[in-house]
Design a protein. Sequence first.
Length: 227
Amino acid sequence: MDDMLLKLDNLPESRAKLPMYHKIKITVNVAISLNGYISGPGGKRVVISDRVDLERVNDLRAKSDAILVGANTIVNDNPELKIHDSTNRKHARIVLDRKLKIPESSNVLDGTCRTMIFTSNAKRKLKGADLVIMNDDSLGIGNIMAKIEETGIGSLLVEGGSIVINEFISEGIIDDFFIYIGNVILPEDGIKLFRPNMEIRNIIVERKNFGEGILLRIDPLKLVSNA
Ligand SMILES: NC(=O)c1ccc[n+]([C@@H]2O[C@H](COP(=O)([O-])OP(=O)(O)OC[C@H]3O[C@@H](n4cnc5c(N)ncnc54)[C@H](OP(=O)(O)O)[C@@H]3O)[C@@H](O)[C@H]2O)c1
C-alpha cells in the first residue's frame, strides 16, 4: 500500500512552531461521513471506513504505543482496540472515563493487553484495567498526558469520539491529524466531528483518493489557532 500518509515523522511544517508540552507523539485519526458525522443517531456505531481504510488504521495503530478513546466510544461501539499483525507487539489501550461508566463486559477489559482508565470515580472496581484515579478538576488533557508520559508511552493514537478529539484540539498538542471521508451520508441527528460554530479555513495539507473515500491530512495548529 502507498504509505505516503502514514509516515508519522513527516509532520506538517507548522508543527515545528508549536511549543513542546509533552514528548509523546500524538496522532488523531477519525472517519467521517460526507456530511461530517462520526456516528449515527444517539451515537449509534456506523461503518464509515472501507476495507482499505481499515488496513490504514491498523497500520497507524501498529506504529503507536497506545490507542486512546473516550468512554462513550466504549459504551456505544465496544471496540477491541487491537492491532491485527503478525508481530504480536503489545500496545496499551487508554480510556477517558470520568464517572467510570463502561460496562464490565467491555472488550477493552479482555486482558489481552494493558488497559488504563482515567477516572475520578474511586468507588467502583473494574477487572481488566489499571485505574488511574484523579480529582475531577485534574482530569484535563494536559494532566492526563503527563501521567501517560510517566508510563513510558512515546506515541499515542487518539481515535475519538468527538468530545475527546475536541479536548485534544483545544489543548493544542496534536502532532498529526487524519480524517477519512467515507462514501456515505448519515442522518442529521448523529454526532458531528466539529462543532457547528467553528469557522476554520485552509487546514488541509494533503489529500488523496483512498479506497472508496478521501483521506485528508490536516494541520492541527490551524485548528487550534482558529478555534
Ligand atoms: N468515526 C470514527 O472514526 C469514530 C471513532 C471513535 C468513536 N466514534 C463515535 O463517537 C461516538 C462517541 O463520541 P462522543 O463525542 O459522544 O464521546 P467520546 O469522546 O467517545 O467520550 C466522551 C466521554 O469520555 C469521558 N471523557 C472525556 N474527556 C475526559 C477526560 N478528560 N477525563 C475523563 N473522562 C473524559 C466523558 O465521560 P463522562 O460522561 O463520564 O464525563 C465523556 O462523556 C461513539 O458513538 C462512536 O460511534 C467514531
